[in-house]
Design a protein around this ligand. Structure first.
Ligand SMILES: Cc1ncc(COP(=O)(O)O)c(C=O)c1O
Length: 464
């Protein structure tokens, strides 16, 4: 068997060790030790190649993170040079040039007065740290009862104890203990659940629901509204126009901190560095980011926070407090150097312009699939989109069989050269941002075949 490039081990040695010794995210425990996942050997542009030699379009962009694509020497060089110059320093006592420079770059790219940046190790820790900042801030302000967090059903915010509890996708919960006494869920802004209302009517209804939930809990007890600009893992749910500005106004009325979770939408995914203001019309109090900040080359996350919020708990008003939240790898010099190089590539290659230019075509090609059986809804913004499949296309909810459709489409597409990241009945596309029109055509042609083959299987009663 061939050696995996860059590795001492061949494919079967890798598979055996993974099967015996890796515990992977979302592991199906019944099959632990019996099967292993495909081994990806290397990446090239928008493609990954597995150890069977299959060259696959990276439809989900890793996990919505491989913005500039694979195999970019600029990032590898920046990582190597920084690792040799300074691989690490303790962020608790010292700082380093890449972390400081990156904070300044991000402060310049974020909207409003979000001019200070805290770095973490990924998206979950970014959201967790932002929530902990709000908790800290309310305690310092002498209002410890203002702790409640309002989130949306179908939202996803991470995998720490607190961020998992804030995630409204019920599939993440079974067999975990979830902190629930200070978190509440309001509706997903999915037009499919609008119950016949038009966009404006649905928005009024959603705002009213939010206000009622604040009144139920008591405005003096609600600390945070935490929201993705579009609900990515929920199936690329794009809220009605004006949604975020209306919700922000309600937050301002009740002194509630508005956190925009841009772990997916930042760094070009929606054609802007940050989507909150320029795409969704809101200047939040805090923005969280991760994923695209390094295009997935190394782990990094963080949040940018408004000066207005910091001002309330700093200087004379700090009352001797310390924001004692942090990680060994906060502001890691190698990760920050990779992020600076990544921002450099996005600028040099005009990737934001490219996304803005090509996103209409991407949406149009995805929508062309609505002539197929199974395709119930298509949603897209920037270079992220979702094809939602249902056997009964008029139904609002997915059945158990519907939830297995994505896996079948994924299997067919893998044979044809495309990775689909199925979320039950939803095929989410979030390809590297450097994808071309011709590559979008390839991707959609394969997806079309995958859906058609699955529809035939269903017709023949093979998916029961
Ligand atoms: C919106 C959002 N927030 C947070 C996270 C968690 O990020 P990570 O997996 O890097 O911890 C994710 C992951 O997909 C996400 O989509």
């Amino acid at each position: 068997m061939n050696k995996v490039p860059g590795s001492q081990w061949n494919a079967s040695e890798t598979e055996d060790a993974a099967r015996l010794h890796l515990l992977s995210p979302a592991e199906a425990m019944e099959k632990l030790g019996q099967s292993s996942r495909p081994v990806i050997a290397y990446g090239e542009g928008i493609y990954v190649v597995d150890t069977k030699g299959r060259r696959l379009i990276d439809g989900p962009g890793g996990m919505w993170c491989t913005q500039i694509g694979y195999n970019r020497h600029e990032i590898a060089d920046a990582i190597a040079q920084q690792a040799l110059r300074l691989a690490y320093n303790s962020p608790w006592y010292t700082t380093n040039s890449p972390a400081a420079e990156l904070a300044a770059r991000i402060a310049a790219l974020t909207p409003g007065d979000l001019n200070r940046v805290f770095f973490t190790t990924g998206g979950s820790t970014a959201v967790d740290s932002a929530l902990r900042f709000v908790e800290f801030h309310n305690n310092v302000l002498g209002r410890p009862e203002k702790k409640h967090i309002i989130v949306r059903r179908e939202g996803y915010h991470g995998s720490t104890a607190l961020t998992a509890a804030c995630s409204g996708r019920a599939g993440n919960w079974p067999n975990f203990d979830i902190v629930s006494d200070r978190i509440s869920f309001i509706s997903s802004p999915n037009m499919r659940f609008a119950g016949g209302k038009d966009e404006a009517g649905f928005l009024d209804w959603l705002v009213d629901e939010f206000q009622q939930e604040i009144a139920r809990i008591g405005a003096d007890k609600v600390a945070v509204f935490l929201a993705e600009p579009l609900l990515a893992s929920g199936g690329v749910i794009i809220p009605p126009k004006g949604y975020h500005a209306r919700f922000k106004a309600v937050c301002e009325e009740h002194d509630i901190v508005y956190i925009s979770d841009e772990v997916v939408t930042a760094f070009g995914r929606c054609g802007e560095w940050f989507a909150s203001e320029k795409v969704f019309g809101v200047v939040p109090d805090i923005i969280t980011f991760a994923k695209g900040v390094t295009s997935g080359y190394v782990p990094l996350g963080g949040f940018a926070i408004s000066e207005r919020l910091l001002e309330k708990v700093s200087g004379d008003k700090a009352k001797g407090s310390h924001y004692s939240n942090g990680y060994t790898y906060t502001g890691h010099p190698v990760s920050c150097a990779a992020a600076l190089a990544n921002i450099g590539v996005i600028e040099k290659d005009g990737i934001l312009d490219h996304v803005r230019e090509i996103s209409g075509y991407f949406a149009e090609r995805l929508h062309s699939l609505t002539d197929l059986p199974l395709v119930a809804d298509v949603r897209a913004s920037g270079l992220v989109g979702c094809v939602e499949c249902l056997i009964d296309r008029s139904s609002a909810d997915a059945t158990d069989i519907d939830k297995r459709i994505g896996a079948r489409i994924d299997a067919h597409c893998a044979e044809l050269g495309l990775i689909v990241r199925p979320l039950g009945n939803m095929c989410v596309m979030s390809p590297p941002l450097v994808i071309t029109r011709a590559q979008i055509d390839d991707m959609i042609a394969i997806l079309r075949q995958g859906i058609l083959r699955t529809a035939v299987e269903i017709e023949q009663g093979e998916l029961v």
